[in-house]
Ligand binder design. Sequence first.
Ligand SMILES: C[S@@+](CC[C@H](N)C(=O)[O-])C[C@H]1O[C@@H](n2cnc3c(N)ncnc32)[C@H](O)[C@@H]1O
Length: 189
Amino acid sequence: MSELFDYLLGRSRKDRPQGFSNAVFEYDIILSHLGKRGETNLGGLRILDLGCGTGTSWPPYFCRLGAKMGASVYGIDLSNASIEDFTIYNHIVADLVPLIMEGRLHNFSQLGGGKFDIIHEALFASGFTSPVLQNTLERYKGYYSEPLLDDFKAKMRDEAKHLLKNGGVLKTFDGVYKKSFGRLVFKRY
Ligand SMILES: C[S@@+](CC[C@H](N)C(=O)[O-])C[C@H]1O[C@@H](n2cnc3c(N)ncnc32)[C@H](O)[C@@H]1O
């Protein structure tokens, strides 16, 4: 599958940056849970990436790749992505901490009102915790502790449950969750 992605993006394996390889790996897992493994035409799918990256130090490969494959992609990040091509996906500049802690993300008007097939989060709240997220959590509550991060992640899953279509997939570094009969079901990968 990664060869297909290379072909799509015009890259050879040796030129593949780490973040790009991670995004390929993530799609491979997610698409297998959607019964679409190996597909490179994602037309008709809606994808949301939380803490997607900014086009400079953390390029938003997951968004770019999804958009290249024809999906309708929304990426949210605290920072603006000055060098990014916004004509291929929707980059929303917003602080996810209040939106998630206050349960407002699923009504966030900038997401266009529709439900998603895929919600993705990598190296933002899981994998390792982004230092910027730690700062925004600290500012939000006045302190930072592991339980607060756990609380944040639990609320993020709640929001994902509202935002996903039935059969849709949430992928974080903690695991894959599939929405089934209105509930999020943890899946091994
Ligand atoms: C380590 S980068 C990971 C980027 C991308 N997901 C990846 O896997 O390459 C973490 C990202 O989370 C974003 N971020 C951190 N705190 C945030 C917040 N409170 N709201 C929105 N984005 C945030 C940062 O701006 C940064 O782009």
